[in-house]
Design a protein around this ligand. Structure first.
Ligand code: 5GP
Length: 177
């Protein structure tokens, strides 16, 4: 049972069933695209991507290594667009096919920063998989190869996404009004 204040219960935007279906479709595409890769490295951005990442990777047949970045939380940086890496990945990137997995792309600064870093470290290839895309909010371009859902500019929680560290474990994507 979730201990949510009834007044603060997020309204369902993407149901558990729809999430499961889309995640399976994305995994099928990824599995096909990386079938010949001998060094697939899935890199998640903590903490929001964890629920999505686990569900996605469980579908894959292709062998995959797993690692995580953690960046400064939203609104934490002194300048918009200034992203701090709070935890770096541990595994070597050179020569790897990196699949970067993120919960939501908003302005794009977080992923732009990480993508540039992975390229600098000479990954063989880098692709981005994002569950949610707030396209209208974009300030810097990021190429999303695998996209779950495009959403409007609303604040969402659940399936890994939080509001002040709450709601991550609700199994659907909900909007906070
Ligand atoms: P960006 O660098 O693209 O502006 O920000 C991406 C990060 O902002 C996401 O990883 C997430 O932590 C946070 N974020 C952006 N929009 C939302 C939202 O609607 N809900 C929640 N919980 N986090 C969001």
């Amino acid at each position: 049972m979730h201990e949510l204040d009834s007044k603060a219960t997020p309204r369902t935007m993407i149901s558990e069933q729809k999430l499961a279906q889309r995640v399976a479709e994305l995994a099928e595409e990824i599995d096909r695209d990386y079938a010949d890769s001998d060094r697939l490295l899935a890199v998640g951005v903590l903490k929001g991507s964890v629920f999505f990442m686990v569900d996605l990777l469980k579908h894959l047949q292709v062998p995959v290594a797993v690692d995580f970045f953690q960046t400064s939380s939203y609104g934490d940086s002194t300048e918009p667009g200034e992203v701090r890496i709070r935890k770096d990945i541990d595994l070597p990137v050179r020569g790897a096919d990196v699949l970067l997995i993120e919960d939501i792309v908003d302005t794009g600064y977080t992923l732009r920063t990480i993508l540039d870093l992975l390229r600098f470290r000479k990954a063989r290839s880098v692709r981005l998989c994002a569950l949610l895309d707030k396209t209208s909010r974009r300030e810097v371009e990021v190429p999303i190869h695998y996209r779950g859902f495009e959403i409007d500019d609303v604040f969402v929680v659940g399936y890994g996404l939080d509001y002040d560290e709450r709601y991550r474990n609700i199994p659907y994507i909900g909007r906070m009004d």
